[in-house]
Design a protein around this ligand. Structure first.
Ligand code: NAP
Length: 266
């Protein structure tokens, strides 16, 4: 069967040599290597680290075909394979010995004066002030008003993003088989002056979060999707929810999420 595999690679020496090796294997197996995906693409291979995985997912606008990562980055949490496993990858892929891990995507609808913008994140959406001032956000979950948050900002992580920024700011690591959104406060103030939750809140997929900024010093906000910064002024509200988009990560039988957590974090 004619297979078409798109390769996205960062520009390090190790990534370039891994790409060369991969192209040779593809040639031997009669697989067509693409630089940009087409409507016939079967798979996207990302060579690099998690940063490259996020770059590729955004560059190709959350592709509907599966994605696999070969790690030549620093951490490589999304990445399924090490660079020396290229031969094994082709063999198992051609034999159909793989599974698909469906990863949820979070989206923010940002309402501005007279227009709105949608941002998607595989890891997370972050809402925070643009300067060192505290940020004040009225937060509702579903139809219920929950709190007036005060602090640096809030982060809404997917399960697969729970091991990234979310974890650094005290959020929980969530097994990616659980479809939840985790709302984690960033430096919340919890005093007699301001009352904010200090731990993460976990939401089911059908609930969304409504955020109405309260401006005290300036009218600027950053909304970040997977570290990509968008600066807005006079945002009226932001709705954060699950996106209909999904990212299908290709995994082999040896993949074990908790073993990965142990080897990468402990
Ligand atoms: P980046 O330098 O590309 O990434 C920062 C680190 O996060 C890298 O070591 C990266 O791994 C790792 N990473 C990314 N996604 C991960 C995941 N799902 N699980 C575990 N580790 C993950 O930073 P960036 O370009 O600013 O933003 C990309 C992502 O980095 C964001 O989505 C955010 O989650 C994370 N980030 C973390 C912090 C923090 O922890 N304080 C601050 C800003 C951003 P590789 O080395 O393999 O690329």
């Amino acid at each position: 069967m004619d297979r078409r595999i798109c390769i996205y690679s960062n520009n390090t020496d190790q990534s370039r040599s891994t790409e060369e090796l991969l192209r040779k294997c593809f040639e031997r197996e009669g697989i067509t290597a693409e630089i940009v995906p087409s409507d016939k693409t079967d798979l996207l291979v990302v060579i690099g680290g998690d940063g490259s995985m996020l770059d590729a997912i955004h560059k190709f606008d959350f592709p509907t075909f599966p994605v696999i990562g070969i790690n030549t980055g620093h951490l490589g949490f999304f990445q399924e394979l090490a660079a020396h496993q290229v031969g094994m990858f082709i063999e198992r892929y051609e034999a159909g010995k793989f599974n698909i891990q469906e990863s949820s995507v979070v989206e923010a609808e940002v309402f501005l004066d007279g227009r709105q913008e949608k941002l998607k994140g595989l890891n997370e959406i972050v809402i925070r002030g643009t300067q060192s001032y505290s940020t004040h956000l009225n937060i509702s979950i579903g139809d219920s008003f929950i709190e007036n948050f005060s602090g640096d900002g809030i982060l809404v992580a997917t399960s697969s993003g729970s091991t990234a920024y979310n974890y650094s700011v005290g959020g929980a690591i969530v097994d990616p088989r659980l479809d939840v959104l985790q709302v984690t406060p960033i430096a919340p103030m919890n005093t007699t002056a301001y009352r904010s939750f200090t731990s993460s809140l976990i939401l089911p997929p059908e609930l969304s979060l409504e955020i109405v900024p309260q401006y005290k010093r300036d009218v600027l906000l950053y909304v970040m999707n997977d570290g990509i910064e968008h600066r807005y002024s006079n945002v009226t509200r932001i709705k954060v929810s699950f996106s209909p988009a999904k990212v299908d990560l290709l995994r082999f039988d040896s993949y074990d999420f908790w073993n990965k957590v142990k080897t990468k974090f402990l």
